[in-house]
Ligand binder design. Structure first.
Ligand SMILES: [Zn+2]
Ligand SMILES: [Zn+2]
Ligand SMILES: [Zn+2]
Length: 107
């Protein structure tokens, strides 16, 4: 039995390699420009925090810009209660308490 089953994994792995090769040709050939733009055009977005660029802890998508911000860079708007990054929020010091406002509530 081992001698008979041996050719099948080989044939399978050869087909698999061909399959991967065709996928690479598709990615870097027909759609090459699109993939390259996506990889090099947005370097910080997929992993790190959009504000401090730290790559640790949990991240929350900002309701204003949809980028991911870590817990220390995320604020909650006191008007609409949406979570947004510190870039998209301002702190209003005019009241008795500091008030966080997102950019759509501050205008
Ligand atoms: Zn951060
Ligand atoms: Zn934001
Ligand atoms: Zn708001």
């Amino acid at each position: 039995m081992p001698k008979r089953t041996c050719p099948f994994p080989e044939a399978f792995s050869t087909q698999y390699k061909i399959h991967i090769g065709q996928r690479e040709i598709n990615n870097y050939g027909v759609f090459g420009n699109k993939y390259r733009q996506e990889i090099y055009g947005v370097p910080a977005v997929p992993t790190g925090c959009c504000v401090c660029h730290k790559n640790q802890g949990s991240r929350t998508p900002c309701s204003q810009c949809d980028r991911l911000a870590c817990a220390s860079c995320t604020r909650q708007c006191s008007s609409c209660c949406s979570l947004c990054c510190s870039v998209c929020s301002i702190i209003d010091y005019s009241g008795p308490y500091d008030e966080v406002l997102c950019c759509s509530c501050s205008t």
